[in-house]
Design a protein around this ligand. Structure first.
Ligand code: MGD
Ligand code: MGD
Ligand code: SF4
Ligand code: MO
Length: 852
C-alpha cells in the first residue's frame, strides 16, 4: 500500500491539463485542486508509450447516461483515461462516448480530498455530547476497530433505549445488518420521477419511460421535447439520436422555461413556459382540439382510439360507478364549473400566448406522426399529481400512441430517445434479500420534520399523524442531507439526534454533519460490476486499482458491524464480491436477431472459472469472456428495420380487450379512481379522478400576494432546479476541474435583473421561504422572464452565523412540502433575488475538504 501511495503522491498536477494550456488557464493555474494524477507532460508521454494496461473503469453514477470509460493502469496507478474506441462510429451503431464528468473520473477517485481513515468528531461522546458542534467540530483520526466499536455500541444502545423504530438508515448493505438486528426506519417517496411514479402506472402508462425506440422515432414528423434537456441530463447518445430524427425530416419544438442546450442543437422553435404549469397548457391544447375538431373538414381528434382505448373522456364512456358529470370533456368545456379550459384560460397560467396554444393544438392534431416527449421535470413540483394524466389525455385525443412514429409520454434519463426493453442484460448477483422487520417509513418531505417534531403522516387518510422518535441517522448510500428537500431543517435534525454516522469517500454534506465517518472504496477499487445504460449495451467495469488508504467497502463494514452485534455475518454476505460478479456474467443474456429468443451472452471455460477463483459451470454463449473483458462492453448492432424496433402500446392499440393494461378498467384511465384514492390515503391533499388543474403550492400563482388583482408578493420569481452538467446530483461537485468548467451560475433574465440593479456576473443573494444562497449570476434571454434556475446538487456550505449557503445547494432553497403522493416538489419554489455586496471567490478556487 505504501508504495502505491508514494507513486500516487509523486503524480501531482494542476487542473491546467484538462482545460488546455490556454492563456487564461495558465493565468489561473494556482495549485488548488491538487490531484493524485500525473502531470500533463507525463501523461502525454504515457500515451506515447505502450506500457500500461487499458482497463474498463466504472462510471457508475445516476447520471442518465452510461458510457465506456477506460483507464490506463501502470504500476497500479491510473495515468490516463479514454473512452469508446471499440468500433467505428456511425448513427446506427454509435460509440458510447463519455462526457466531461466521466473523463474527470480520476479527479474524483484519486482526489486529494479522498477520506483516508475512519474519523470521529473531537467532542463526540456516547449519546452525542455537544450535538450543536456537528458540522463545525474538528476531526480526529481513529482506528477501524475503534470506529466499528463506536458505531456498534451506539446502534445497540439506541436500540435498547428507544427501539429499532428510532434508527433511520439510507443504504442497502447496512440495511442487511440492521434488518437482521431488528430493522430500521426507511424513507419513501418519489425524488426523481415526480408524479409519474404513482400516477403513471395507475392511469395505464408507467412511472418510467413509455415511448418508442430510436429507430422508430426517425419516422416521426413533429418532435416535441416538452421539458427535456438530454444534452445536459442524458449525456451520451440521446441528443445525437434526436439529431437523426431531425435529419430524417422532423420539425422540432421545445416547450421549456429555458432555451436549453438541447434546443440550441435541435429546436426549430422554442415555446417558453412557466415551470409547474404544463398541466394548464395541456388542458388548453385539449380544449382547442375539442372545439375545433370536425371529423369531415378538420379532423384533429382520433375518436376511434379515444373511444376504444380510454375511459372517462365523456359521459358515455365512464367506468362503472362514476358520476357521469365528472367527465373530462365537460370539465374542458366548463359545463358544470362555468370555466372553459380554453387557450385564454391556459395562457394566463402558463404564459404561452393563447394564439400559439391554438396553433400548437392544430399542429399536434393535424400531423400524422407526432412524438410528444416529456422528461420527469415537469412532474417534479408540488401538487402536480394530475399532470401525467392530462398529458396522457392529450396524447389519446390526438391518437399519438401505439403507432410507428407516434408516441406520448416519458422519455428521459437512460431511456431518453431510445425506449424499449433491454436487448442485453446481466444476470442476478445471487444475494438473497433480507426483509426489514420495521414497517415504519417516513416520506422524504417529512423525515427531517419528523425528527424535529416527533410525528409523521401515517398514510391513513387526510391529516392522520402518528408519533415517531428518531435518535440515529445512518448514511451509507445516497446523499440524503444534500439531496432531499429542506436542507436547513435537515441540518437542525442532524443536530438533534443522539448519533449520526456516514460512509463516504469524501466529506460530502451528510458526512460533514456526522459524528463518525467511515472511508469507503469507490467502484474502481472493488471486484468489478456490470453496468447497464441504454437498451443496447452492457458494460463490464473492472477492478482498476487497489483500495486507497484505509478505505473499505460498505459490505465489509456491514459484516464487521454484524459480528460486533452478535449476528451471523455469513447471513449478511453469503456470497463473495467475486462470486457475485461471476453470477452476473454467467447469467447475462442477449436477444437474438429474431427479436424474440434469448441466448447466453458469454462463453465461459473451466479455465476462466479457475482464474476468477469462483464456483460455476462452463457455458457457451455469443462471445468469449476474454473478448468481453478486453472490450469492456457488449453493444447490440442496430439498423433501421431490424427486429428490435419498439412501438409502445402497439398491441393494446390493436386490440385493447385482448391486451388489457394493468389498470382497473384495463384501458387508459382519463377517469382514474385509483390515483384519487391513493392521493387521499397519503393524507396531505386531494385530487379529482379526472385531470383537473391543481394550483401548486409555491407555483406561479403563489408568486402573487393577490392573484386576482395580480399584486406580486415577497417571493415574486419562480425558481426551478435543473440537472446540471458539473455533477451527477451531488457526485463530482468536489472536482475542481469540473467546478471551473461549469461554474454553478444562477440563471436569470436581464429584464428581472435590471429591475433589481443586477448586472451580469454580479454576486446575488437568492432567498426563498426556506433558506438563502449566494451565487454569481448569468444573465440571458434564454430563460423566460419571471423564472430563474440553479443547478441542483452543489455541496451545501452554510455559514452558521448568517445561515447563507455560499455553494448554492438548491435544497437550501427548496422547502420540504409534502403534497399529493408525497413526491418531491423541486421545480415549484418562489424566490426573491437581490445584489450581494460581499465577496464570493469562484468555487474552483476554494480549498478542498482535505482532512488529514
Ligand atoms: N433541489 C433538488 N434536489 C434534488 C433534485 C432536484 O432536481 N432538485 N433531483 C433529485 C433526483 S432526480 C434524484 S435521483 C436525487 C438523487 O439523490 P441521491 O441519490 O441522494 O444523490 P447522489 O448525489 O447521486 O447520491 C449518491 C451518493 O452515494 C455515494 N456513493 C456512490 N457509491 C457509493 C458506495 O458504493 N457506497 C457509499 N456509501 N456511497 C456511495 C455518492 O458519492 C453520493 O454521495 O436527488 C434529488 N434531489
Ligand atoms: N448532468 C446531470 N445529468 C443528470 C442528472 C444530474 O444530476 N446531472 N441526474 C439524472 C437523474 S437521476 C434524473 S431523474 C434526470 C432528470 O432529468 P430531467 O427530468 O430531464 O430534468 P432536468 O434536466 O432538470 O430538466 C429537463 C428540462 O426540463 C425543463 N423544466 C424544468 N421544469 C420544468 C417544468 O415545470 N415544465 C417544463 N415544460 N419544463 C421544465 C428544464 O429547463 C430542462 O430543460 O437527469 C439525469 N441526468
Ligand atoms: S454520462 Fe454518466 S456514465 Fe457517461 S461519462 Fe458522463 S457521468 Fe459517466
Ligand atoms: Mo433522478
Amino acid at each position: 500500500m505504501n508504495s502505491l501511495l508514494d507513486r500516487a503522491l509523486k503524480y501531482r498536477t494542476s487542473r491546467r491539463g484538462f482545460l488546455g494550456l490556454t492563456a487564461a488557464g495558465v493565468a489561473t493555474a494556482a495549485l488548488v485542486g491538487e490531484q493524485l494524477v500525473p502531470a500533463w507532460p507525463e501523461r502525454r508521454q504515457a500515451s506515447a508509450e505502450t506500457e500500461g494496461k487499458w482497463v474498463t473503469a466504472a462510471c457508475w453514477h445516476n447520471c442518465g447516461g452510461r458510457c465506456l470509460n477506460k483507464a490506463l493502469v501502470k504500476d497500479g496507478m491510473v495515468i490516463r483515461q479514454k473512452t469508446d474506441d471499440t468500433h467505428p462510429d456511425s448513427p446506427d451503431y454509435p460509440q458510447q462516448r463519455a462526457c466531461a464528468r466521466g473523463r474527470s473520473q480520476r479527479q474524483q477517485v484519486l482526489g486529494a480530498d479522498r477520506l483516508k481513515y475512519p474519523m470521529k468528531r473531537k467532542h463526540w461522546e456516547p449519546g452525542g455530547g455537544n450535538k450543536e458542534l456537528r458540522g463545525r467540530d474538528e476531526w480526529v483520526r481513529i482506528s477501524w476497530d475503534e470506529a466499528l466499536d463506536i458505531v456498534a455500541s451506539e446502534i445497540k444502545r439506541i436500540k435498547e433505549k428507544y427501539g429499532n423504530e428510532s434508527i433511520m438508515a439510507f443504504g442497502s448493505e447496512i440495511g442487511r445488518t440492521l434488518s437482521l438486528y431488528g430493522g430500521y426506519v426507511s424513507v419513501w417517496g418519489s425524488t426523481s420521477y415526480g408524479t409519474w411514479l404513482e400516477t403513471g402506472p395507475r392511469i395505464g402508462l408507467s412511472s418510467g419511460n413509455h415511448v418508442n425506440d430510436r429507430m422508430d422515432m426517425r419516422k416521426t414528423q413533429l418532435l416535441i421535447l416538452w421539458g427535456a434537456n438530454p444534452a445536459w441530463s442524458s449525456a451520451g447518445l440521446p441528443t445525437y439520436n434526436y439529431l437523426q430524427v431531425k435529419k430524417a425530416g422532423a420539425r422540432v419544438i421545445t416547450i421549456d422555461p429555458l432555451f436549453n442546450e438541447t434546443a440550441r442543437v435541435l429546436a426549430d422553435e422554442w415555446i417558453p413556459i412557466r415551470p409547474g404549469t404544463d398541466h394548464a397548457l395541456a388542458l388548453g391544447l385539449a380544449h382547442t382540439l375539442l372545439v375545433e375538431d370536425d371529423p369531415e373538414t378538420n379532423p384533429l381528434i382520433d375518436w376511434d382510439f379515444l373511444h376504444r382505448c380510454t375511459v372517462g373522456f365523456d359521459k358515455d364512456h365512464m367506468p362503472p360507478g362514476a358520476d357521469p358529470k365528472e367527465n373530462f370533456k365537460d370539465y374542458l368545456l366548463g359545463t358544470y364549473d362555468g370555466q372553459p379550459k380554453d387557450a385564454e384560460w391556459a395562457s394566463e397560467i402558463c404564459g404561452v400566448k393563447a394564439d400559439r396554444i391554438r396553433q400548437l393544438a392544430r399542429e399536434i392534431g393535424g400531423t400524422e406522426r407526432v412524438s410528444l416527449l416529456v422528461s420527469w421535470a415537469p412532474a417534479r413540483g408540488n401538487n402536480l399529481d394530475s399532470w401525467p394524466q392530462a398529458l396522457m389525455a392529450l396524447g389519446a385525443m390526438s391518437g399519438h400512441m401505439g403507432r410507428p412514429g407516434s408516441m406520448t409520454g416519458v422519455c428521459t434519463h437512460s431511456g431518453a430517445s431510445n425506449n424499449g426493453p433491454s436487448l442485453v442484460r446481466a444476470g442476478g448477483n445471487g444475494l438473497p434479500n433480507i426483509a426489514n422487520p420495521v414497517k415504519l417509513r417516513l416520506n422524504h418531505n417529512e423525515h427531517w420534520t419528523a425528527v424535529l417534531e416527533g410525528k409523521y403522516m401515517a398514510g391513513k387518510g387526510p391529516g392522520v399523524t402518528e408519533p415517531v422518535n428518531i435518535q440515529m441517522i445512518y448514511h451509507a448510500g445516497s446523499s440524503a442531507l444534500n439531496q432531499k428537500p429542506g436542507l436547513v431543517r435537515g441540518v437542525a435534525a442532524h443536530r438533534k439526534v443522539e448519533f449520526v454516522v456516514a460512509h463516504h469517500y469524501a466529506l460530502n454534506t451528510s458526512a460533514k454533519y456526522a459524528d463518525v465517518v467511515l472511508p469507503i472504496t469507490t467502484e474502481w477499487e472493488r471486484a468489478g460490476t456490470l453496468l447497464s445504460g441504454n437498451r443496447e449495451i452492457l458494460i463490464w467495469a473492472q477492478h482498476v486499482i487497489d483500495p486507497l488508504f484505509e478505505a473499505k467497502s460498505d459490505m465489509w463494514i456491514a459484516v464487521e458491524l454484524a459480528k460486533r452485534l452478535g449476528l451471523n455475518a455469513e447471513e449478511v454476505c453469503p456470497i463473495s464480491e467475486e462470486q457475485q460478479l461471476f453470477n452476473r456474467l454467467a447469467g447475462a443474456q442477449v436477444l437474438k436477431e429474431d427479436g424474440k429468443t434469448w441466448e447466453k451472452l458469454l462463453t465461459i471455460t473451466a479455465e476462466d472459472i479457475a482464474e476468477m477463483g469462483v464456483e460455476g459451470e462452463p457455458q457457451t454463449g455469443r462471445i468469449t469472456l476474454a473478448e468481453f473483458r478486453e472490450k469492456g462492453i457488449y453493444q447490440v448492432p442496430r439498423r433501421p428495420g431490424d427486429n428490435y424496433e419498439y412501438v409502445h402500446l402497439a398491441e393494446f392499440r390493436q386490440d385493447p380487450e385482448k391486451h388489457p393494461l394493468n389498470t382497473t378498467s384495463g384501458k387508459l384511465e382519463i377517469y382514474c379512481q385509483a390515483i384519487a384514492d391513493h392521493v387521499r390515503n397519503c393524507g396531505w391533499s386531494e385530487i379529482s379522478p379526472i385531470p383537473k388543474y391543481n394550483r401548486p403550492t409555491e407555483g406561479y400563482e403563489d408568486t402573487f400576494a393577490d392573484w386576482e388583482k395580480k399584486i406580486k408578493g415577497d417571493y415574486p420569481l419562480q425558481l426551478y432546479t435543473i440537472h446540471y452538467p458539473r455533477r451527477s446530483h451531488s457526485v463530482f461537485d468536489n472536482v475542481p476541474w469540473l467546478r471551473e468548467a461549469f461554474p454553478q451560475e444562477f440563471i436569470m433574465n436581464p429584464v428581472d435583473a435590471e429591475a433589481r440593479g443586477i448586472k451580469d456576473g454580479d454576486i446575488v443573494k437568492i432567498s426563498s421561504r426556506h433558506g438563502t444562497v449566494i451565487r454569481p449570476v448569468y444573465l440571458t434571454e434564454r430563460i423566460m422572464p419571471g423564472v430563474v434556475t440553479l443547478g441542483e446538487g452543489a455541496w451545501a456550505d452554510i455559514d452558521d452565523e448568517t445561515g447563507i449557503d455560499k455553494a448554492g445547494a438548491t435544497n437550501t432553497l427548496n422547502g420540504a412540502i409534502p403534497t399529493g403522493q408525497g413526491h418531491a416538489g423541486w421545480n415549484t419554489c418562489n424566490v426573491q433575488v437581490e445584489r450581494y455586496d460581499g465577496p464570493l471567490p469562484p468555487d474552483h478556487t476554494w480549498p478542498q475538504r482535505v482532512i488529514f
